[in-house]
Design a protein around this ligand. Structure first.
Ligand code: FNR
Length: 343
């Protein structure tokens, strides 16, 4: 086992749960317009939806977190996978590079498919991955889709991080062309701009998870592992609602997923109103699992599902896909953002 890599995985969990979160959420800048005259039956609302080629029983997924850190990460992935199966939501595993390089780490990822035979599961690699490594990651967990993460700032803050990204776009394009599952390019909490998304579209990408700022903050996480922190980057990145607005400026054929700082079902529904087709939650679900245990996690996911259905009721939306047509208003910094980005 690569001990330094395994230790890093455990550090990430500890610091992701321990760092100070922003007090202000840009999701509070969005108001979905309330509609009094709903004519729907709550018990008949269903959360099933399609995102491109993916058929999901719910627009919610557990975003990429862990694996590759020995038994502790195996147990976390097992519980997350069981909860995803029981509540009918999707799930991504954390970066599989450790298990690609060291097969003794594979069980900590494979447990996810073992516990959730029928569910929608995403594999995960960084943009340094070769085509063969991407295929190995997909096969390892019989994944329904592959996430490729972009984490430039995290790598730059990590003392042992990558510094050369010159082959990443080539890698992404090759993988997307060859593998036979959808390829989702995601950030890790810094959000994506229209410019970035346009380059990805040019490379053949049709699925993007903006993974914006507002929740787990990898600058803070990595700075907690440094003797001399780069604290000046603690607020770097594009908040999730703004990144979703960046995505709205692009072509219809792009499938956008929303994540980063989604605290509850209302934030999740706001991301759907802003144009996402599904939304991911990572750090907040891990915190519930660690603090309240498995039953607490199930209760939380069911609560989030109910909140999304309540927003469907209050906007008279029969289908998840209708939420994107709901009227909304923007306030504060998010309103300023959109005004300046129109120029
Ligand atoms: C992550 N995230 C992540 N993302 C990724 O693509 N590969 C990875 O290996 C990891 N590892 C990881 C570990 C831990 C402990 C956390 C909390 C998160 C990032 C994650 O998928 C997501 O993009 C961000 O955390 C933002 O979402 P939240 O946490 O604000 O909901």
């Amino acid at each position: 086992m690569d001990l330094s890599r395994a230790k890093r995985k455990l550090d990430h969990i500890r610091h992701a749960l321990g760092h100070e979160h922003d007090i202000y959420s840009h999701f509070d800048d969005i108001n979905i317009i309330h509609q009094s005259l709903t004519d729907l039956n709550f018990d008949q609302l269903h959360l099933g939806t399609n995102v491109g080629e993916l058929t999901l029983s719910s627009p919610i997924f557990v975003n990429a977190m862990t694996g590759g850190g020995g038994d502790r990460t195996l147990r976390i992935n097992r519980d997350l996978a069981r909860a995803a199966a029981e509540t009918g939501i999707g799930m991504a595993v954390g970066s599989q590079m450790s298990a690609i390089k060291d097969s003794s780490e594979r069980p900590s990822y494979q447990v996810v498919r073992k516990e959730n035979r029928e569910g929608t599961i995403f594999a995960n690699v960084g943009s340094e991955a070769s085509l063969d490594q991407a295929k190995t990651a997909i096969d390892m967990i019989e994944a329904d889709a592959l996430q490729i993460h972009l984490n430039t700032l995290q790598e730059l803050i990590m003392p042992e991080g990558d510094r050369d990204f010159s082959s990443r776009l080539h890698n992404i394009g090759t993988i997307a062309e060859i593998v036979d599952v959808p390829v989702i390019v995601k950030e890790v909490g810094y959000g994506m701009s229209t410019e970035t998304m346009n380059v990805l579209i040019g490379a053949g990408i049709r699925y993007i998870d903006v993974a914006g700022r507002g929740g787990t903050n990898f600058s803070k996480v990595e700075n907690m592992r440094r003797e001399k922190p780069f604290a000046s980057f603690n607020n770097w990145g594009i908040p999730t609602p703004m990144s979703l607005l960046e995505g709205r400026r692009l072509d219809e054929d792009l499938h956008i997923l929303g994540s980063g700082g989604i605290r509850n079902g209302v934030d999740g529904a706001k991301s759907l109103v802003l144009g996402a087709e599904a939304f991911g939650m990572a750090g907040s679900l891990l915190k519930v699992l660690i603090e309240d245990g498995y039953d607490g996690l199930i209760e939380q996911i069911e609560h989030v599902k109910k909140e999304v259905k309540m927003v469907m009721m209050l906007t008279n939306s029969t289908e998840i896909s209708e939420l994107r047509h709901c009227p909304f208003t923007l306030h504060g910094e998010t309103k300023e953002w959109i005004e300046q980005r129109k120029r």
